[in-house]
Design a binder for this molecule. Structure first.
Ligand SMILES: [Zn+2]
Length: 322
């Protein structure tokens, strides 16, 4: 090849890189400028929205990740990183019940920078990927099981309100999203009836499971009572629920009993999400929001993680032995 030809190629590559650089900095600029009255979301909610699990939360640093990506938020430095690359300024934040709230618009910025499990990148960027970034098939093909996780309430229906002032619908969603993530990591196909703060009819929640021909349906709720001393989790099956539903309830009860929330056992009630589902179905009341201390526990991320882990393990135990 002639020297001039080589030079031309080199120049055009440089130009392309420069153009890409410009686009990036232009994007950064618009993301950094904040509108007033911008919608705020808490960091756990944000992590859930981008399909990740929280791995570290301190005043200085928040980290959440999935198999392929890590998001790091440095509130004091006003910075957000995706996979160790600077994404944008964090912008304004606030704290609600000791929990950091950030602008909701970060969600889309993060999503635009995430690495996907399937290699869709142009050849130019084809740097060798680490082995764990090259799955040969989509994860849920591994088990072939479909699990529907239903976060109770949502939108105009807040559910019960806790002794500490937070709403059941938010806690249900936080825990449900963590359960979903754990199950996905185990290779199951997981469908959530809702993945954000939206209202969905009870029949529609059951219909989601029926349409997907789900193997398991688990609805997540938190309890309330006029007696503020009541605590513990309770698992419900329908009054004429199947033998499989009872086995599923047993398996989840066994695992949840190993958390620091105590078991109130398995009870029967004809909740509509249980009577309208064709697959084995249970409803888990993860604890009492009407008890001051239990409410505090249920809002605690580590406790949510333990509960989510227990429910996910229970489901997995059931699927192994059914
Ligand atoms: Zn509820």
């Amino acid at each position: 090849m002639k020297k001039t030809a080589l030079l031309t190629i080199l120049l055009s590559v440089l130009l392309m890189l420069a153009a890409a650089g410009c686009q990036q900095s232009a994007k950064k600029g618009s993301a950094g400028s904040l509108q007033q009255n911008e919608e705020m979301v808490n960091i756990y909610y944000l992590a859930g929205k981008v399909g990740m699990s929280m791995s570290e939360v301190t005043d200085d640093k928040i980290t959440f990740n999935d198999t392929y990506n890590t998001v790091t938020i440095l509130p004091k430095q006003n910075q957000v990183y995706v996979n160790n690359n600077y994404l944008s300024a964090l912008g304004k934040t606030k704290k609600v019940d000791d929990l950091l709230q950030v602008r909701a618009s970060i969600e889309d910025e993060i999503k635009s920078k995430l690495s996907k499990p399937v290699a869709e990148k142009p050849a130019v960027e084809a740097a060798p990927l680490a082995p764990q970034q090259q799955p040969t098939k989509s994860p849920w093909e591994l088990t072939g099981k479909t699990i529907v996780i239903d976060a109770g309430h949502g939108g105009k229906d807040p559910g019960t309100t806790s002794a500490k002032g937070f709403q059941e619908k938010d806690i249900n969603l936080d825990v449900a999203q963590q359960i979903a993530q754990i199950l996905r990591d185990k290779g199951h196909r997981v469908i959530m009836t809702r993945n954000s703060d939206e209202f969905i009819e009870l029949e529609e929640r059951a219909a989601v499971a029926n349409r997907a021909k789900a193997d398991v349906f688990v609805s997540i709720h938190a309890d309330s009572s006029a007696k503020s001393n009541l605590t513990g989790f309770t698992i419900y099956v329908g009054r004429s629920g199947s033998w499989s539903s009872s086995k599923l309830a047993d398996a989840i009860d066994n695992r949840m009993a190993q958390t620091s929330i105590s078991s109130n056992g398995i009870k029967k009630a004809d909740y509509r999400v249980l009577t309208h589902t064709r697959c084995p179905a249970v409803l888990v009341e993860i604890g009492y929001l009407s008890n001051y201390w239990e409410a505090k526990q249920l809002k605690n991320f580590d406790m949510q993680k333990r509960l989510a882990q227990a429910v996910a393990e229970g489901i997995t135990d059931y699927l192994k032995h059914k």
